[in-house]
Design a protein. Sequence first.
Length: 278
Amino acid sequence: MVTGWSVRRRSALAVSAVVVAAAAGCGGSSKAAKSGLAADAADAAGKTVSFEGDAVAEGMTGKLTGVLDFSGDVRADFTITIAASDDPKAPPRMRTVMDGEAEYRSAEAYTNARPQAAKALGGKHWVKSEASSVLHLNTSGAVLGAVTLETDTDLVEALAAVFESGVLKPDGAGHYAGTVDAGTLGASTFDAAHRAAITSAMRRTSVTAEKLEVWLGADGLPAEIKYVDDVAAGKKPSHADLRFHDWGKPVTVASPPASDTIGFDDFLTALKTTIAAG
């Protein structure tokens, strides 16, 4: 989880969205195929999924539930319920909807921290902004998030690239584990420009490396992903246990109606006016 609980923007993400590893420069997926990961399934069953999980980040502990759709411009709808936080103003619950270039955050993300925000919202329940470029750790972790963001691939394709790097070792039970960073995703997996972009994206979240565990289901698609981030000195580490199910089943992601939405810049202007008026 990152501050703002965002899902991402698309570069051609938006959150992930994601289409074709070949276009992203991922190369072949022979190691991924040998590992049991059904990388080719991203063309069909790997495009929609539901997920739930538990995560800790920036002093907050939360439970997540939601859906992802990688079949076009990335779309997502997920809710975070915060169980504990170092910040007393953290909202107890927050929902985020991602639709292509647009990101919508539910009003409680703002009203819990500032009582004046309710007036600034003008009775509306959603704040709309351009999808954040901050990596969203919520549905994949910093490394997979960086790969999907910077190479325009989906979660399965990004995972295939990590498998291809050879750092995830099997234990014979559909379980793979290893430590990955931008340096391990070498020239055989990405070209220099993509490696530099991935490194930069990870740096923005202060992540230096990530301990990653992956469990594959009988269909060869991710059933569970656990990650623990190594972070720069002085930063709070993140970790999560994310469980994926119903790959390929239809999901519904609907943007909030315009009549119930305020733009982020308009919201900030209204909030400043409200605060100044006392």
